[in-house]
Design a protein around this ligand. Structure first.
Ligand code: PNS
Length: 160
């Protein structure tokens, strides 16, 4: 069984994330979307909300599961017998830090990291930019699934 994990904050998941997840699901027997909990970062969405948005967006792919994790990614991989970490790369600017993490993870437990280039139309896309643009009234509907967009608009309206 070839297993991969796609880790991230997913606050919220964007179309760029969903594209990488779908493409990874075509390459591995099982793909886990892991929402990594970062104690120092207060998210716009709770981890449970992100899991629910991801589960709904991935419900058409039977080999994708969603989970959350608090701790080292390599420990999650070891516990779940996952051999590969798949990361989307948008631009060269992503590369330095991603390379550093990939090498650290490889050195820690031998887990491999595979970089998947994002589609060009998603190369500028990030959850944080989407949130910023939406906060000031910009239209981000085309960058998110309908459900994620709806939830984002509701959340920002509630937060005032
Ligand atoms: O979506 P993000 O915020 O860019 O994802 C970064 C993430 C969560 C994948 C990365 O910070 C991570 O792997 N965190 C888990 C903790 C860990 O293993 N840290 C050591 C990395 S070498």
């Amino acid at each position: 069984m070839r297993r991969a994990v796609c880790p991230g904050s997913y606050d919220p998941p964007t179309n760029g994330h969903l594209d990488i997840l779908e493409r990874a699901a075509g390459l591995f027997d099982e793909v886990t979307v892991a929402v990594l909990v970062n104690q120092n970062k207060k998210g716009l969405f709770t981890v449970e909300e992100r899991l629910s948005l991801l589960a709904e967006a991935m419900s058409h792919l039977p080999n994708v599961r969603v989970d959350s994790w608090h701790g080292l990614l390599v420990d999650y991989c070891r516990q779940h017998d996952i051999q590969a970490i798949v990361k989307g790369l948008r631009a060269v600017s992503d590369f330095d830090y991603e390379l550093q993490m990939a090498q650290m993870n490889q050195q820690l437990t031998g887990v491999e990291t595979l970089f998947m280039p994002t589609k060009p139309e998603n190369s500028f896309l990030s959850s944080s930019l989407v949130k910023e643009v939406a906060t000031y009234g910009g239209d981000v509907r085309h960058l998110l699934s309908d459900k994620v967009h709806q939830r984002l608009v509701e959340r920002l309206a509630r937060n005032g």
